[in-house]
Design a protein around this ligand. Structure first.
Ligand code: G3I
Length: 455
């Protein structure tokens, strides 16, 4: 009987595949002979906001056929039939627990398991225990701001992302919507709507905003790349753009990256031959800083770049530029896109020393720490060994930053909240876990490393 039923289902599926394959609705479409993948169990969990000993288990398994699910909470109470809604499970006794969900459909059974640790305080996700779970980054860092990035759709969506921003961070950078290609999409037509949404959220939540970035070759609108006017008209357009933007955000944005990533990575690190250099000359950076200073003498002005720690020659090229800018610049933004195994502490320290010796503010502006720089495509999860190595690197970076003199402190910004949102996943196209929160917004050992760096 069961086989006849299975056979009828398959026939129905095949009929759907052939009759609906180019249908417009979002029903599953299959290639001619493809059959749907077997059921795969999946669940996520978070700690109850009201009780650190209560775990909220959420079955996120998706399948096109009806299925049954059975939980094993690992605390001796097994075989709990799954049903709608989040399961609340209390773990009173310290220890390590393996939680499993087994799902069955169409004769196929699949199980997924995740471990948790429970200490005398409560549940530790990702082996992050004790006081770390109740800590907040901004609360722990009392001498500098702790920042991260966001996007206007994230702000609009609210939810856990916003909760983390409010609990953990007091400095915000727009990941991409306060760049020229978004703010100045066509000549004479400014669009600050996305930036305004982010700035409005920050103001409503007592957070500072770091403007990023006024001039960047990688975020230049095409009408500027193909500017048809004279060089003088181009320079006037850039001055108008910087003046208009700074006036629009005057008193709302505390600091700006005036120019981002102006140097080539090759020998001698010449200036990139961007349209700004072609039209305004080699001193275009100085002109842009002057335009910014004229527009708003109170806003803190940074030059921002990457490989400041890993490339001593590029670092020197940057400091030479900074010396030329004199009192037009207030701070250095070192992006800090690094890995668990480099650059060395000595090289990171050299960025701090060079900035402090010039009486400038230091911004570790875009910190993320690759856990898989070897680009091992077979990795499916972050091992505890690698998670702890990453934790040590976060600790090292924060220790170096926290040790600089107070007058040189500004902010330490991480380039993202959750691992799965990081730009690195698209950029390198390999498995990666570079941030302090996992995809379920649970704190990782990296988070504990940040806190330990402040001790
Ligand atoms: O959100 C839109 C989506 O609606 C649309 O469908 C899609 C296709 O056009 O674009 C999406 O926007 C993209 C956005 O990332 C979000 O994914 C933008 O096109 C894309 O340009 C933007 O890339 C950003 C990139 O800078 C360029 O601005 C990355 O998020 C951001 O992480 C990256 O950040 C840079 C720093 O500014 C400078 N240092 C390096 C760092 C990493 O490249």
């Amino acid at each position: 009987m069961k086989n006849t039923f299975k056979y009828i289902i398959r026939l129905v599926v095949l009929f759907m595949a052939f009759s609906c394959s180019n249908s417009s609705d979002d029903s599953p479409t299959f290639g001619p002979t493809e059959l749907p993948d077997a059921i795969q169990a999946s669940f996520d969990f978070t700690i109850s906001p009201s009780d650190p000993k209560v775990l909220l288990l959420n079955n996120t398994t998706e399948y096109y056929l009806p299925y049954t699910g059975v939980w094993d909470y690992g605390n001796g109470s097994s075989a709990i039939a799954d049903g709608a809604g989040v399961k609340e499970v209390t773990y009173d006794t310290p220890g390590r627990y393996t939680i499993s969900l087994t799902v069955s459909s169409d004769g196929i059974t699949n199980t997924i398991s995740k471990d948790i640790i429970v200490d005398e305080i409560g549940i530790c996700l990702n082996a992050v225990c004790g006081s770390v779970n109740t800590a907040s980054l901004k609360g722990a860092a009392t001498t500098f701001s702790v920042g991260t990035i966001t996007r206007s759709p994230y702000v609009a969506a609210g939810g856990k992302h916003i909760e983390i921003l409010k609990n953990e961070f007091n400095n915000l950078t727009s990941e991409y919507e306060m760049k020229m290609n978004i703010m100045y999409p066509s000549e004479g037509n400014y669009d600050f709507s996305a930036g305004d949404a982010i700035v409005g959220f920050a103001q409503a939540n007592d957070m500072n905003v770091h403007g990023h970035a006024l001039i960047w070759h990688n975020a230049t609108p095409s009408w500027v790349e193909n500017f048809s006017g004279t060089d003088a008209e181009f320079e006037a357009m850039v001055e108008d753009y910087i003046t208009t933007t700074l006036n629009h955000y005057k008193g709302k944005v505390r600091s700006w990256d005036v120019v981002n990533e102006a140097f080539e990575d090759g020998t001698g690190h010449p200036l990139r031959n961007s349209v700004f250099r072609q039209k305004m000359g080699d001193d275009y950076i100085k002109k842009c800083f002057q335009f910014a200073r004229n527009a708003d003498p109170d806003v803190i002005l940074f030059y921002n770049d990457y490989n400041m720690a890993s490339s001593p020659t590029k670092r020197q090229a940057m400091f030479n530029l900074v010396d030329e800018l004199g009192d037009l610049i207030d701070g250095v933004g070192a992006q800090m896109h690094i890995s668990y195994n480099g650059p060395s502490a000595a090289n990171i320290q050299a960025v701090a020393d060079g900035t402090v010796s010039r009486n400038l503010k230091l911004h570790f502006a875009e910190l993320d720490i690759r856990a898989n720089p070897e680009e091992d495509t077979s990795l499916t999860s972050l091992s505890s060994d690698r998670a702890n190595a990453q934790k040590d690197k976060f600790k090292e970076v924060v220790q170096i930053y926290n040790a600089i003199p107070l007058d040189n402190k500004f902010a330490l910004t991480v380039w993202g909240v959750r691992d799965n949102e990081s730009w690195l996943l698209d950029f390198w196209g390999v498995p990666e876990w570079p941030l302090m929160f996992d995809e379920d917004y649970n704190k990782k050992p990296a988070y504990a490393g940040f806190l330990e760096g402040l001790e």
